[in-house]
Design a binder for this molecule. Structure first.
Ligand SMILES: Nc1nc2c(ncn2[C@@H]2O[C@H](COP(=O)(O)OP(=O)(O)O)[C@@H](O)[C@H]2O)c(=O)[nH]1
Ligand SMILES: [Mg+2]
Length: 331
């Protein structure tokens, strides 16, 4: 699986110091304290931005700092607030604590924001220590340091589940429908990240990414149509879903379509056919006796939503089995 990771040390800004100052005006003796407060340091904030394609921007960075707060001034002037450091990250970025490896935040939607390091508070100037009994305090406090964290950003956007099928088989419709179905056993919130990409959360709060891989045409392995770029995408998915128009409309034969899809994939790399897969006979609403095939298959209507819930349950089960096997192999 494709991962792209960077390690960064993030530092919020230090708060500005408070100061001691005295009013000195002509003809006003004993003007009193007038030292202002320091401004707060800037915080470090991460925000998901759909326009950012990768973490490349951070590749050569190690330490990133937000601005410090300004020192207080005389005449009760407060110091300037340090500017926040806003780091834009691509959708699909996991923010992890680099010491514990724990996931702190998972950016899946455009605009999601997470404050990782809070800026230090500004110090207090002597004007604020003034009391009825102490009219001339000779005291101020320094600004506090901002938070510092070592983090790891990991981009994980490669689909777990890839839809493979001829143009017009209904892949896009199915992806859209997934966002609508509410599975009874558990609510799986589904977010559309991109027209061809959707993200679903399981009960365990794991992320499953579905991709509608642009249409295959016969000869893809010879680089016709979208060709090789397309086939490369499916190399990285864990589960393949063959979406086939099962209605037999337009004079197509569903079994033959499935055979061609498999042949294309096999011609490119035979091992891809070893991936766990599900055959989806789509357009069930148009009616058609569907052929029996080996392995998992399910008949659905992506248009009406019939059978989509069953399909989802199958995919998630298959994915879980696959993950367990992979984990077992890794041990
Ligand atoms: N009757 C019917 N039409 C469908 C179904 N799923 C998709 N379609 C239609 O088939 C056409 C192609 O669907 P689309 O999702 O764009 O196919 P894609 O090229 O595989 O992404 C569209 O006009 C859809 O409305 C279905 O289950 N039943
Ligand atoms: Mg489409």
């Amino acid at each position: 699986m494709f991962t792209d990771r960077v390690r960064l040390q993030l530092q919020a800004g230090k708060g500005g110091n408070g100061v001691i100052a005295w009013r000195r005006e002509k003809y006003i003796p004993k003007g009193g304290p007038c030292g202002g407060n320091g401004g707060p340091g800037g915080s470090v904030v991460l925000t998901a931005d759909a326009q950012v394609p990768s973490l490349d921007h951070y590749r050569n960075q190690r330490i990133l700092r937000a601005e410090n707060g300004g020192q207080g001034g005389s005449n009760d002037r407060n110091g300037r607030r340090g500017r926040n450091l806003v780091l834009k990250v691509p959708l699909g970025t996991l923010l992890k604590d680099s010491e514990t490896g724990e996931v702190i935040f998972d950016f899946v939607e455009h605009g999601q924001t997470y404050l990782i390091c809070e800026g230090g508070r500004g110090g207090i100037g002597n004007n604020f220590f003034k009391t009825p009994t102490n009219r001339a305090p000779n005291k101020c406090t320094p600004g506090k340091y901002g938070e510092v964290k070592s983090v790891e950003l990991e981009l994980k956007l490669i689909a777990d589940v890839g839809f493979v099928g001829f143009p017009n088989a209904g892949k896009s419709t199915l992806l859209t429908q997934l966002a609508r179905v509410r599975v009874k056993v558990a609510p799986y919130p589904f977010t559309t990240l991109h027209p061809n990409l959707g993200c679903l959360r399981t009960e365990k709060n794991e992320r499953v990414i579905f991709a509608d891989i642009p249409g295959i045409i016969s000869g893809a392995h010879l680089n016709r149509g979208l060709g090789l770029a397309f086939l490369r995408h499916i190399e990285r998915t864990k589960v393949l879903v063959f979406v086939v128009d099962g209605s037999g409309m337009e004079g197509r034969d569903p079994l033959e379509d499935l055979a061609v899809l498999r042949k294309e994939i096999e011609a490119y790399q035979p091992s891809l056919l070893q991936k766990p897969s599900i055959v989806v006979w789509n357009k069930a609403d148009l009616g058609q006796e569907l052929p029996e095939v080996e392995g998992y298959s399910v008949s659905i209507s992506a248009l009406t939503g019939d059978g989509v819930e069953r399909f989802l349950t199958q995919v998630l089960n298959l994915l879980e089995e696959t993950t367990q096997e992979t984990d077992a192999q890794a041990v």
